[in-house]
Design a protein around this ligand. Structure first.
Ligand SMILES: Cc1ncc(COP(=O)(O)O)c(C=O)c1O
Length: 384
């Protein structure tokens, strides 16, 4: 199998991730923070270490401001429902994933005011338009760092500067960038950082987190046991306990920590360079195949390893199916849970085929994908 669906979930994982999870299951599988025996302490240490490694990666001063979550969706819901009240104004973009769009639409029905700043047909959002949308009453700018449809990376440092200048909080959805792009919460003026563990952070599904700047208070999304302040039937007011009710995914977090260590050892810049080279090879290779339509701008700068395309006259689902069945190449077809983004680039009716590169892909695999696309256009395309 040639796996090019890394924007959905990365695969394979580094060998150390599998080992860390098995080790945790076998030797540290107790409940962290809930007991004083040595196995519970070992489990607690896994959470502590992973929070520390995440803080290193995102340049976070206090690891305790990071709460573990199920995924980016969980983190975004916690941030949005915990921060916003009826009457608050939020600015977002026309490229967002449903993980941000749906809770925002739900909150809109509950009385928040929402401005969706449109993207151009290449999936680019002008920072000036975002700034202009921030009125006197805007409380939050909520944007994804990179589109999961076109791979376009937003200039978040500039957005952070606007949010600082205007006194607006900045929520970043880093689902597509954590583990490949540089994220520095202070330098980039981020106030709330939502990330998922199972994509470029190379951890397993069921992991992720939310970092909350110290001056921000969130209402919890869930209430329950935390292993702390147990004499009280109210939630503790300290991070991360306040946002972490119930037994965490310790096994998953052990795997996530191993994924993070792999990234730190390999170097973010090296991973990015390698993925960019493969992306560019795929992007230019597809341009040379008659009948292929690519989406997004031609500018190779500020792109993740995501490439969306279609073959003229062929359904995106059929192309992805043929790639899998005939060539054992895994891609994803359709709307990728991002109807706003497809509306922006004009593919809401058709969807796209998405090939997404991860840190274990090779140039040979990209050549094989290009050969397979060429074969499908020759045998099935409208020009055949
Ligand atoms: C931009 C973006 N945001 C949020 C998510 C949601 O991530 P998760 O499914 O891990 O919650 C995704 C997943 O594809 C995404 O691409």
């Amino acid at each position: 199998m040639i796996y090019l669906d890394n924007a959905a979930t990365s695969w394979p994982k580094p060998e150390s991730v599998y080992q860390a999870m098995e080790h945790c299951m076998r030797h540290a599988g107790a409940n962290p923070g809930r007991g004083g025996h040595r196995m519970a302490l070992d489990a607690g240490r896994i959470l502590f270490e992973c929070r520390d490694t995440l803080a290193d990666l995102f340049h976070i001063e206090d690891p305790n401001q990071i709460a573990f979550m199920l995924n980016a969706t969980d983190a975004l819901n916690t941030a949005l429902f915990g921060f916003l009240n009826p009457g608050d104004h939020v600015v977002t973009t026309g490229m967002e994933h449903n993980a941000l769009a749906r809770p925002l639409r739900c909150l809109e029905r509950m009385g928040i005011k929402l401005t969706v700043v449109p993207a151009d047909p290449y999936g680019e959002v002008a920072v000036g338009d975002l700034e202009a949308a921030c009125t006197g009453g805007t409380k939050l700018m909520a944007v994804s760092h990179a589109s999961n449809v076109t791979g376009t990376v937003l200039p978040i440092e500039k957005i952070g500067q606007i949010s600082r200048k205007k006194g607006i909080a900045f929520l970043l959805d880093a689902a597509q960038t954590a583990g490949v792009e540089d994220i520095d919460v202070d330098l980039q003026g981020i106030d709330l950082l939502a990330f998922t563990g199972h994509k470029s952070l190379l951890g397993p599904q069921g992991t992720g987190g939310l970092w909350v700047r110290e001056n921000i208070t969130l209402k919890p999304l869930r209430w329950g046991g935390t292993g702390s302040n147990s004499e009280s039937d109210l939630m503790p007011d300290i991070m991360p306990d306040k946002l972490e009710s119930g037994t965490p995914n310790t096994v998953g977090i052990a795997g996530l920590n191993a994924g993070l260590r792999f990234i730190l050892e390999k170097g973010l810049a090296n991973i990015r360079l390698q993925e960019n080279e493969l992306r560019q090879k795929l992007w230019t290779g597809l341009a040379a195949i008659p009948g292929v339509i690519r989406y997004g701008s031609d500018n190779p700068e500020h792109k993740t390893g995501v490439v969306s395309f279609n073959i003229k006259g062929l359904d995106s689902g059929k192309v992805s199916y043929l790639l899998d069945r005939r060539f054992a190449i895994a891609t994803r077809a359709g709307l990728h849970c991002a109807p706003w983004a497809h509306n922006s680039i004009g593919t809401l009716a058709t969807g796209t085929v998405r090939a997404s590169i991860g840190c274990f892909n090779t140039a040979e695999e990209i050549d094989l994908l290009l050969e397979a696309v060429r074969n499908i256009t020759d045998t099935e395309g409208s020009s055949s």
